[in-house]
Write a protein that binds this ligand. Structure first.
Ligand code: ZN
Length: 76
C-alpha cells in the first residue's frame, strides 16, 4: 500500500501517464481510499492545465508561484 507521500512523489508522473501499470493501479487504489490525495491530485491537474506550458516555457518565477500554491494547498 502506498503512503500519501508516495502519492505526492508520483503525482506529476501520474498526470503525465509516465508510470508503470502496477504503480498506476496502486496510486488509483490509494486515491479511492484517501480523499486528501484525491484532492491533491485534482488540484495539481488543474494547475498543470492552467499553465501554458504548451506555448511558453514557464519562467523560474512562475514555477515558484505554482510550487508555493501546491504547498499551501497540501498539508502533508
Ligand atoms: Zn493519501
Amino acid at each position: 500500500m502506498l503512503s500519501c507521500r508516495d502519492i505526492v512523489n508520483h503525482a506529476d508522473q501520474l498526470l503525465d501517464r509516465d508510470l508503470g501499470i502496477s504503480t498506476r493501479v496502486a496510486v488509483r487504489l490509494h486515491l479511492l481510499l484517501c480523499r486528501h490525495c484525491r484532492r491533491y491530485v485534482k488540484q495539481l491537474a488543474r494547475l498543470i492545465k492552467a499553465i501554458p506550458f504548451m506555448h511558453n516555457k514557464a519562467t523560474e518565477e512562475e514555477v515558484r508561484k505554482v510550487m508555493d500554491c501546491i504547498h499551501s494547498h497540501s498539508n502533508l
